[in-house]
Structures are given as structure tokens and as C-alpha cells.
Design a protein around this ligand. Sequence first.
Ligand SMILES: [Zn+2]
Length: 339
Amino acid sequence: MSESRRDGTLSIVCLSGVLAGLLTLALASVACSQGSSAPSLNSSAAAVANTTPSEALPAAPADSGPLPHIDSRRAFQYIKEIVAFGTRPMGSENHKKLENYITAHLKGDQVEDDAFTADTVEGKFPVRNIIAKYPGTKDGIIVILGHYDTVYPLRNTGFVGANDGGSSTAILIEYANQLRGKKRDGYSVWLVWTDGEEAVRHWSDTDSLYGTRHLAEKWEKDGTLKKIKALLVMDMIGDADLNIERETNGTPWLLDLIYQAAGRTGYQSHFYARQGPIEDDHLPFVRRGVPSADIIDLDYGYNNVFHHSPQDTIDKLSPRSLEIVGNTTLEAIRLLDHR
Ligand SMILES: [Zn+2]
């Protein structure tokens, strides 16, 4: 995602709402929507504010199953190894090394590429979405996406994207570990390491989301989109101070289901204190009617100062945040399977 995706008013107003510490989560959400001057936020937030997550929850289905558990230390180690490649923008040597790193962790899995050439304002780039498929017994697909490219305009600044690019890449590799070799009594799960999420110059509809725009179009043509029951994006989920947004471009019932999953894992306090729209890899699918959600913490350092900054380094992250998001996402998959 880029800075243009963030509404500055939203972050400041909402942070103050949270910091006040006097409001319930639900009231804090209302405060965010009332305080914002962004029309798009006001309209979407107003609709959401009337049905706070806790009120909107249906009775929990299949709530007696064992809780999932990722290996967050292993996932954190992946981030360290990914960051060690250096900056990894589309088309770079380091990007190529990371492609090989990802596929080396998918040995024996069913892996496909969606590879093409993107024509951008900075020239032509090879783009490669990497897809790993874990078949289930139910008819339908749950897609988990996360981008692995880093910001192209920051390629000469020492930017390594530990959180922005690194955390999403790593947690998907850990999901693969969790899915591999187990019989899935549920929907098929497809993991997609997306490429070209970042803009090459300035974030816009045509300069961003290169990989997912291509993939959504391809899946629309071949009929895959119709089979997708839910699509979840992981982005910037490693921040030690973890506060996942209720991202309002997403599908309300799916946002509620994620909140329900967070309740089951005991991590609800890390979810939905703030809300508002963010442009990210889910948008090409949202626009085509696929139930989608962006699991993202777009408040990285005070006033988001580490976002798209050379300060986006491993010391700002925590294995516990990967555990919070990882366990909650796996629980969300389980709830979707039983839905
Ligand atoms: Zn970014």
C-alpha cells in the first residue's frame, strides 16, 4: 500500500480516540467516524458504526474445535532471512533471490505461477505471482494473499521492508507449513505471494497492484473467481504494537467473521480499534464481487513514520504479532470451512 491510501485525519483522530482509553472499542470506532473529514470514510464508517462487530456477530459455529497455532518464531526467522536479501523491488536481482527462496519453501506442494510483463511509467517489469494450492474436500476456495515486492522508488535508500513485504511473505510461508501434508476437511486453500503491489512512482489506479489486477482479470476469465468463498490479504502484520484496522473496503460479514475468530483466539483487543478504507491487494477482487478483507495495521510507528521508510526494519516487529494474526487467520479459515 502507499501513503495515498491512508487518510491522515483518520489516523490522528482515531489514535486520539484510542489513547483516551475511556471509550469502549465500539465507541472509539464511532468517534473515528465522527471525527473524520474524509467523505468516503464517513459514509462507510457510518454504516458500520450502527452495527458494531460484537453486536453483528452470529452465534459462533463449530466453536468447539481446537485452536490453531502457527510457529511464530519460525515465521519471524523467515522475515530475518528475507530482509537479509536487501531491498527487493520488482524486476531486481534480490527479488529473483526471494522468488527462489519462496519456491524452495514450497517443495512438494502444488505450485503455479501467474507471470507476465507489466508496462509501467518506469518501463517494463517481469511480474510473478506465486500460487500454492492445498486441496480440500469442500467445493470452493479460500485465498490468502500477501505481497513480496518492496517499494521501487525506495530501492536506493536502504529500504528493506521488514514489515511491508517481509511480514506478509513470511507468514504465508508459515501458513504453507501449517497446511502441508494435512487432509483439509474444508475448502481448498490457495496461498498467493503477490508481486508488484507497490507503485513504481506515485500510487494510482494504474500505478499499483500490478500483480493482483492481472490475477483478478485472469481468474475472472477462467471462472476461478466464482469459486472463491473468501479472500484475505495479509499486509504489514508484524508491527510489535499491533492494531489491525477494520478496513472498510472489505466485505462486512467477512470482517465480522475475522473479529469472531479473534475472539476465539483471545486476541480481539488487537482488532478494529480503528476503521477506514485502505487501497490494497484486495481491491481488484472487491471490485469483482469477491468477499474480501485486508488484514493490515497501517499505523506503523508514531504517526505511521516507519511506513515506506528505511526505518521499516526487523527491530520494530515481534513474533507475537505474527502469532496473533496467524492464529486468528487460521481460525477464520476454520470458521469459513464450517459456515
Ligand atoms: Zn507498501
